[in-house]
Design a protein around this ligand. Structure first.
Ligand SMILES: N[C@@H](CCC[C@H](N)C(=O)O)C(=O)O
Length: 291
């Protein structure tokens, strides 16, 4: 099968974007993995698919697959690319689009300066909804909140890391580090991602606080490995930092791929994320039936 694709990136988190507004492509998990493959396919951290609105109160449906082929609930950097894509393809002229995702409705909006701001909805702290299984774990009080001590792996790496746990529609475990450059992202990331306390796996964030309005962040993403930036990871880290008493309501987040700005007023208010969204190139690719 030959398909048309667009390659996009937001702060270096890169995407293959597919238009299914007219017809479903019906790709299998193996075919998503093929598209994401950096040697045999196009190469991407996630595959984003645009589908027609499933109900009258939204403009589109936004479907997200990780590089490992698994479908997931949310992708923040992808949401910014999504609004640029639907406008550039002539699918809408709206500056703000309401988008149905697996985890609810979000609203990305084009800013006057070319960046995109997304209303990502409110963070979720109920452990069962993250989901996080705290059985046998004792929380440590921190700020107005709590952190959870996790033994990474009793056999191969018995180190204990202390993580804040929350969902931005997708699950996140955020830990504080002194220096993101020397943080053990490659060693700990896969162990946190698959820690048994997270039944749906988790995105593992490593946050260095520079001031109350500025952090540095690396994220080992579920289903994709370390990426140059993770939008929901940036939202989760800032929300965690605010609840831990370390950050103010507006924070610049420096990732390896660029800067995102995150705002959260607390409580049930939505998290707002601002950052870049760039079209890199478009093309056609032959996808094998059984890659
Ligand atoms: N890169 C994304 C997050 C993509 C999904 C994530 N890996 C998960 O499995 O939840 C972002 O910008 O938020």
């Amino acid at each position: 099968m030959r398909i048309r694709f667009t390659k996009m990136q937001g702060a270096g988190n890169d995407f293959v974007v597919l238009d299914e507004t007219r017809a479903r492509l019906g790709l299998s998990p193996a075919q998503y993995r093929f598209l994401a493959d950096r040697h045999f396919g196009v190469g991407a951290d996630q595959i984003l698919t645009v589908r027609p609105a499933p109900s009258a109160d939204v403009d589109f449906e936004y479907v997200i697959h990780n590089a490992d082929g698994g479908e997931v609930e949310q992708c923040g950097n992808g949401a910014r690319c999504f609004v640029r894509f639907v406008r550039e393809q002539g699918l809408t002229a709206k500056e703000a689009v309401r988008v149905q995702t697996l985890s609810g409705v979000i609203e990305p909006r084009m800013d006057a300066d070319g960046r995109v701001t997304v209303d990502m909805g409110a963070p979720i702290f109920e452990l069962a909804r993250v989901p996080f299984d705290a059985a046998g774990l004792t929380p440590e009080a921190a700020g107005s909140w709590q952190k959870w001590p996790l033994v990474l792996d009793a056999r191969t790496n018995p180190a204990i890391v202390s993580v804040a746990v929350l969902s931005m529609g997708n699950p996140h475990a955020v830990q504080l580090v002194d220096d993101v450059d020397s943080a053990p992202v490659a060693a700990q990331g896969p162990l946190i991602e698959r820690h048994p306390a997270f039944p749906k796996r988790v995105n593992a964030g490593f946050m260095q606080v520079l001031s109350r309005s500025h952090i540095r962040l690396r994220v080992y993403e579920r289903g994709a490995g370390e990426t140059l930036a993770c939008g929901t990871g940036a939202c989760a880290a800032v929300v965690a930092g605010i609840r831990l008493g370390l950050l103010d309501a507006r924070v610049d987040v420096d990732t390896r791929g660029g800067r995102l700005t995150i705002e959260w007023a607390g409580g049930d208010s939505p998290v707002r994320m601002t950052g870049p969204a760039v079209t890199v190139f478009a093309g056609d690719i032959d996808i094998p039936d059984n890659p």
